[in-house]
Ligand binder design. Structure first.
Ligand SMILES: C[S@@+](CC[C@H](N)C(=O)[O-])C[C@H]1O[C@@H](n2cnc3c(N)ncnc32)[C@H](O)[C@@H]1O
Length: 231
């Protein structure tokens, strides 16, 4: 759904403040590092966004590919990480041209909800081709059908309260309620999957998957799955 890519390429207000944005990317980086099994690992962050803490992830692995569809975001990634020889920035189209069986870990966090089910299947096929036989796909921040927007708000306020940006979060929620995000969320919605449904979808794409104990990021109401090649 290109509208969401355009949204993430715009000057959006998804983060309530600089502190919120910085903490978000620090926590995502910490959680991605938790899934890296070797310091030599080749890691791909699929639709990585601004990836402000990617240098930390790169320190914990051999090579980090940052793939991002939004051209403006990608331009900033190229500029930000040009001095880091462990980091390479790619478009999603570039991924089709990369060597098969070359990646140890693919992370796709907080992305599937913005894709149609068919787009997600296409992404799974591209990722499966790239993964080494021993490689893993970590699919994070999957929304469940039975958990509504109120839980997203509760999770954000708890995160903000713990980290001292509650006032900014409340202002942020008020402006988000009036923003393009709210309009898009109401107009095209976010894709949601039950636990068994996502395991089935991954299985149909050639993966054997299970749900991880904890979600990537701050929202415990959403789910993370770890998938490997099913042989
Ligand atoms: C919420 S951000 C997540 C960024 C990062 N992975 C993180 O965890 O912070 C959503 C990302 O999905 C990308 N995106 C939105 N719609 C997409 C689509 N239909 N296909 C692929 N990526 C998409 C956006 O460009 C953006 O980078």
């Amino acid at each position: 759904m290109d509208e969401w890519i355009d949204y993430y390429d715009s000057t959006h207000t998804i983060y309530a403040s600089k502190l919120h944005r910085d903490l978000h990317f620090q926590i995502i980086a910490r959680d991605i590092i938790g899934h890296i099994s070797s310091p030599d690992a080749v890691v791909l962050d699929y639709a990585c966004g601004e990836a402000l803490s990617a240098s930390r992830v790169a320190e914990a692995c051999g090579k980090l590919y940052l793939a991002e569809p939004a051209p403006g975001v990608r331009g900033r990634l190229i500029a930000r990480f040009a001095p880091n020889t462990k980091i390479r920035v790619r478009s999603l189209d570039d991924l089709r041209k990369m060597d098969e069986k070359s990646i140890d870990l693919v992370v796709m966090n907080s992305v599937a909800q913005y894709m149609t089910p068919d787009e997600l299947d296409t992404a799974f096929a591209i990722i499966r081709r790239l993964l080494k036989p021993s490689g893993r796909l970590v699919l994070g921040d999957i929304l469940r059908p039975e958990v509504g927007m109120a839980k997203d708000v509760a999770a954000l306020l708890k995160f903000a309260g713990t980290h001292g940006f509650l006032k900014d979060a409340l202002w942020g929620l008020a402006s988000t309620a009036l923003s393009d995000y709210r309009q898009l969320r109401t107009k095209i919605g976010l894709q949601r999957y039950g636990e068994d449904e996502m395991i089935g979808k991954l299985s149909a794409a050639g993966f054997s998957a299970s749900r991880a104990h904890t979600n990537i990021g701050h929202n415990p109401w959403r789910m993370t799955f770890v998938a490997r090649h099913a042989f």
